[in-house]
Design a protein around this ligand. Structure first.
Ligand code: SHN
Ligand code: NAI
Length: 189
């Protein structure tokens, strides 16, 4: 079954990352763009992970995961190099109202991380449903070259016009044309 693409409200969720290595660092970097309510538990932390923790004043514990650690969290990301621990934390979360992501075992993921672009209010998320994360990453890099920097300002302008112009057919047509013209102009840049 395919994954349902949705944009989650993150700033009211408490997030636990188990692990402090390369992949925990990647997941942490991505999540920090949307929330700072993040706690980490790991036996060891990469220097770079520890710097991000300090810069963002995050709560962290330098120790092995213990059963029950998940219970106060809404979202748990298990970024450890231990498949048994990934599996057992996933099954622990089944007794709670917790969304779980295990970095190696897709069958134990309630959600998967997309590759994404964020420019102001524009977010483009790319997933291959786990078929090829490398494709998701490289396709993002391609799209980054296509989408112009000023898209952020263009969206601001549209947002403000939507508050001024009354709703209705005319407004729909006006916005449709304005956006078409803007996107068509990318080819000529
Ligand atoms: C299922 C998923 C679960 C999840 O992590 O949520 C998952 C799982 C696994 N990834 C693996 C490998 C790699 N992952 C990346 C990169 C990214 N992986 C991400 C997401 C996801 N990875 C989810 C599916 C996303 C989708 O496609 O829909 C991205 C998009 C987002 C992010 O990490 O935040 C981020 C790019 C971010 C960016 O730059 O934009 C690279 C490329 C690289 O690092 O250069 C490689 C090596 C090349 C390759 O394998 O393709 C392995 C095997 C590990 C091994 O071989 O040991 C597994 C486990 C398995 O498949 O068994
Ligand atoms: N989903 C994805 O995008 C990808 C997933 N992976 C997978 O991610 C996993 C992690 O990879 P890396 O971060 O590179 O490994 P790493 O060796 O850099 O980090 C592993 C981390 O897990 C922690 N850890 C291990 N056992 C623990 C325990 N019992 N309690 C608390 N912390 C514990 C270690 O202290 C360390 O911080 C690997 O199994 C790899 O196959 C790899 C590439 C991409």
């Amino acid at each position: 079954m395919a994954y349902f693409p949705a944009f989650l409200k993150f700033d009211d969720k408490s997030i636990l990352i188990v692990g402090g290595g390369n992949i925990a660092l990647e997941k942490l970097t991505h999540i920090l763009n949307f929330s700072s309510n993040i706690t980490l538990i790991a036996k060891d932390y990469l220097l770079q992970t520890k710097s991000l923790i300090d810069e963002n004043n995050l709560k962290f514990f330098k120790r092995a995961y213990e059963k029950g650690d998940i219970k106060d969290f809404d979202i748990v990301i298990v970024a450890v190099d231990d498949f048994n621990l990934q599996e057992s934390i996933y099954f622990e979360t089944r007794n709670h109202n917790i969304l779980c992501n295990c970095v190696d075992l897709q069958q134990y993921c309630d959600f998967i991380f997309p590759s994404y672009i964020k420019k102001g209010d524009l977010t483009v998320a790319i997933s291959t449903s786990g078929s090829s994360p490398a494709f998701a990453k490289n396709f993002k890099q391609y799209l980054l070259k296509v989408i112009p920097e000023d898209v952020e300002d263009f969206l601001k302008e549209l947002k403000s016009l939507r508050t001024i112009i009354p709703k209705g057919k005319e407004r729909m047509q006006l916005f449709d044309k304005k956006v078409k013209d803007y996107i068509n102009s990318w080819d000529k840049r």
